[in-house]
Design a protein around this ligand. Structure first.
Ligand SMILES: [Zn+2]
Ligand SMILES: [Zn+2]
Ligand SMILES: [Zn+2]
Length: 254
């Protein structure tokens, strides 16, 4: 099974269209942008996306993904759902999984497009092509949001979703002892109502005893990637984790 970071940016992505800060200029110059948040989970023929970013068309083309079986939405914000429209007139039958309340708010956005809806409750596992998933509530006011736990062949991968650090105890239990924790950290420091900063994320990851931690949903508040990555385990677009034969391997780049 592979888990690939298709986009590690926050809602505007990096570079931001009209921003000329050092980080945005560096991303332009090196052509190393952070696209919006989507994660690919692939096992054999099964292709599953966690969130459908506004950059989805480019992400699918760049990764030669021609068919998607299922989508899991973590919440209804634009940067996590709006790429779903890329399936219009290209591919039907994509099953979209999330909680009833998140489906309700995504449905308002998706009025132009019917989709196959599968409602799942938090803390109740479900299986897609033999991979076990569990959604757990996180804290991303004012909207309902969930994180995703993935279990396959003895491995546990946890994706925090967009959240601040005030996560309920029951959800924290779901997040414990992950082989890989992909956790949101929009900035190196500072207080954010909807998100964690990198220090909060790293402290939480340590408490959760994650074996490997990758920060994602990253804003331009960090220094340019090659500098910031010396201090924090920042994810990058195209970073891929291979799970097999009882061990985890990692590759960088598209
Ligand atoms: Zn987001
Ligand atoms: Zn900027
Ligand atoms: Zn959000």
């Amino acid at each position: 099974m592979i888990v690939k970071l298709l986009g590690t940016g926050d809602s505007p992505g990096t570079p931001i269209l009209n921003c000329h800060c050092v980080t945005c200029e560096d991303a332009r110059k090196r052509k190393r942008e952070r696209k919006r948040f989507s994660i690919l989970v692939k096992n054999g023929d099964a292709t599953i996306l966690i969130d459908t970013s506004p950059d989805l068309r480019r992400q699918l083309l760049d990764n030669s993904i021609e068919k998607v079986d299922a989508v899991i939405w973590t919440h209804s914000h634009f940067d996590h759902i709006s790429g779903f429209g890329e399936f219009y007139r290209v591919q039907g039958n994509v099953i979209a999984y999330t909680t009833p309340s998140i489906h309700e708010s995504v449905g308002k956005f998706m009025q132009f497009m019917e989709y196959r809806k599968r409602e799942v409750e938090v803390f109740q596992d479900f299986s897609i092509h033999g991979i076990k998933f569990t959604l757990f509530p996180v804290n991303h006011p004012p909207v309902d949001a969930v994180g995703v736990k993935i279990e396959w062949n003895g491995f546990k991968i946890v994706i925090s979703g967009d959240t601040n650090v005030e996560i309920g105890e029951k959800s924290l239990e779901e997040m414990e002892n992950a082989d890989l924790l992909i956790i949101n950290a929009i900035a190196p420091s500072g207080k954010f109502r909807k998100h964690m900063n990198a220090r909060e994320a790293m402290t939480l990851a340590e408490r959760l005893k994650a074996k490997k931690v990758v920060l994602s949903h990253l804003g331009h508040f960090y220094p340019p990637h090659r500098i910031a990555v010396k201090n924090f385990p920042l994810g990058e677009d195209g970073q891929t984790f291979y799970f097999g034969e009882g061990k985890l391997d990692e590759y960088f780049g598209d």
